[in-house]
Ligand binder design. Structure first.
Ligand SMILES: N[C@@H](CCC[C@H](N)C(=O)O)C(=O)O
Length: 325
């Protein structure tokens, strides 16, 4: 039997189960991490979440984050999740800034002023950024793909492929709702057995609302459609700068099905880095007791953070009002 304390969290309603392995000794094996994701993230039979965030000790940073999608696959990065881990670690250490080790980079995080009244807000660094197709990977006989067609996927859509460092395929469209069936079919294909994306890819359709304001809808690798994807919103902000729809260093308001975040794209000599600023909301905490086979669990001692949840709904209403304009 495995008994763990969990914290249900979300960034833009991209929701996760945060497991603290810094202050708790759980001795979770590699196979168990995948099994826990499959068991606890299931929307019908589990607690329900887009993934698990294992928050661990680090020898090279203040803490380490490992992210597992709901299908049990491990990803190199999670922008919305990193904001919630940033809050958790900063509050544990009683600091306002920290460095979190992720699979491919140690990333700076810091507490920010509320993006909306009484909404806990953190900024996280999204990097490294690479347009090299080998870094996704995307199997095409070219170095990079910036606003170009991928014939097998679509005769009309223009795509940009970028790793931040997890892989993203992004297209800018006029009508997100009309394109939803196209996005679903295309995303299912590139995340199933295919020759283009052997490891799958996060697929985002983006609408440029007006200068400094975009809407991003993402079908996430290892999950499916989510309310938001932080790395996708960051990568999409970068793509809109490349396309001349927005400017580097300007604040870009990024709307999504789960609310709204801000992104700021920075350009340096070699590449880009994106600041992702948004909520880090605690939803509830509980004790979860899991059987030895990791096939069933019981959840007890649940405590819901009512005020945080209420305050976040006000941000969602604000975002929706803007979109109705
Ligand atoms: N939702 C996360 C990304 C989680 C990993 C992604 N599905 C992948 O497999 O690359 C985010 O907020 O970035």
């Amino acid at each position: 039997m495995l008994q763990i304390e969990i914290l249900k969290v979300h960034g833009s309603n991209n929701d996760f189960i945060l497991i603290d392995e810094i202050t708790q000794e759980y001795h979770i094996t590699e196979e168990q991490r995948k099994e826990l994701a499959l068991l606890l993230c299931h929307r019908e039979t589990g607690i329900g979440a887009d993934g698990i965030l294992f928050t661990m000790k680090s020898e090279r940073a203040d803490a380490r984050m490992r992210v597992f999608n709901s299908d049990g696959s491990e990803a190199s990065m999670c922008g919305n999740g990193l904001r919630t881990v940033a809050r958790y670690v900063c509050e544990q250490l009683e600091v306002e800034a920290a460095v979190i080790e992720t699979m491919k980079a140690n990333l700076s995080v810091k507490k920010q002023e509320d993006i909306f009244p009484k909404v806990h807000t953190y900024q996280v660094e999204i990097s490294p950024v690479s347009f090299q197709l080998a870094d996704l990977p995307l199997n095409l006989k070219k170095e990079n793909l910036i606003n170009e067609k991928i014939e097998p996927l679509s005769n009309e859509l223009l795509f940009t492929a970028v790793a931040v460092p997890n892989p993203h395929l992004i297209t800018v469209v006029e009508d997100l709702e009309a394109q939803l069936p196209v996005q679903k079919k295309l995303s299912d294909y590139v995340n199933g057995p295919n020759d283009l994306f052997p490891d799958g890819v996060n697929v985002s359709f983006v609408k440029a609302i007006e200068k400094g304001h975009i809407y991003v809808r993402t079908y996430e690798r290892g999950v499916g459609f989510t309310n938001a994807c932080g790395t996708a919103m960051s990568a999409s902000s970068l793509v809109t700068c490349l396309l001349g729809l927005n400017e580097v260093e300007d604040k870009i308001h990024v709307y999504n099905d789960g609310g709204m975040v801000n992104c700021v794209v920075h350009q340096n000599e070699q590449s880009y880095q994106i600041d992702l600023i948004g909520n880090a909301t605690n939803v509830f905490k509980a004790t979860v007791t899991i059987d030895d086979q990791l096939k069933s669990f019981q959840m007890t001692n649940k405590h819901t953070f009512e005020d945080e949840n209420y305050n976040y709904t006000k941000l969602q209403q604000y975002a929706q009002e803007y979109l109705k304009k």
